[in-house]
Design a protein around this ligand. Structure first.
Ligand SMILES: [Zn+2]
Length: 240
């Protein structure tokens, strides 16, 4: 099983330790996102020493004011140098300040993801209308997209699915009632469902992934194996 979204270069995580303990619990792959440029070199090095880590380079919408004027060139060279790397975590967050700047930085990064055809991990909070509008402008050339920590209204699932999005479920879904969580989980097309720990914010460590999958399987009324096989097939297709 692979963790579809986490932050191994977050300062609260000891990446070496966390990877080793998660592997002992059966986690074989890590899609590791960055939130700002000061994590990029560490993430690049981590991917070199750990082929099971897929790196995602990006500027998170919360940190659009923590970037220097050269961030875009730096991001583009990292993508060129690392043909397997994705773009992320990028996005829009209406609950946070500087929304116009967020939009500008998001669009610039999306354009790079389109240019180099890279898997892109997207954070969207209260911004799904705008996100759809922007994504539709790139409709014909979009790379595979992952909507991370998905818990938006059900009405967005269909239009996002049509744009090629995967939907990754994080532990934040457990803040909803079991009924509401089940409704979201069962409304996502089976071939687009992913599961993430969003460590260290969602769960403390990716070693807790299988416990979370078990919990979701119960909520969905599925067996653990069926859910594990489903998300594994999806993530392998995404990474191909
Ligand atoms: Zn994240």
């Amino acid at each position: 099983m692979k963790d579809a979204h986490l932050h191994l270069t977050d300062k609260r995580i000891n990446a070496e330790k966390v990877i080793a303990s998660a592997k002992l619990k059966g986690v074989e792959g890590f899609l590791s996102c960055s939130a700002k440029p000061d994590e990029w070199q560490e993430l690049k090095a981590l991917t070199k020493s750990h082929p099971e880590v897929v790196s995602f380079f990006g500027v998170h919408p919360w940190y659009v004011n923590d970037i220097s004027s050269s961030w875009q060139d730096e991001l583009e060279s990292l993508l060129k140098e690392n043909p397997k790397a994705g773009v992320g975590e990028i996005g829009l967050d209406k609950a946070k300040p500087d929304y116009d700047k967020q939009k500008e930085v998001f669009i610039r990064q999306l354009a790079l993801a389109v240019k180099y055809r890279r898997i892109t991990t997207i954070h969207s909070v209260k911004a799904h209308e705008d996100l759809l509008t922007i994504l539709k402008q790139y409709k014909k050339s979009l790379p595979p997209l992952v909507l991370h920590s998905y818990s938006a209204p059900l009405s967005f699932i269909k239009p996002l699915e049509e744009l090629g999005c995967y939907f990754s479920i994080s532990p934040f879904i457990l803040k909803k009632s079991e009924k509401a969580a089940a409704e979201i989980l069962l409304s996502i097309p089976k071939d687009r469902l992913l599961i993430e720990t969003d460590a260290p914010d969602g769960l403390k460590s990716p070693e807790l992934l299988s416990g979370f999958v078990m919990l979701l399987a119960n909520i969905m009324g599925w067996g653990y194996i069926k859910l594990e096989n489903t998300v594994t097939a999806n993530i392998e297709r995404l990474l191909k």
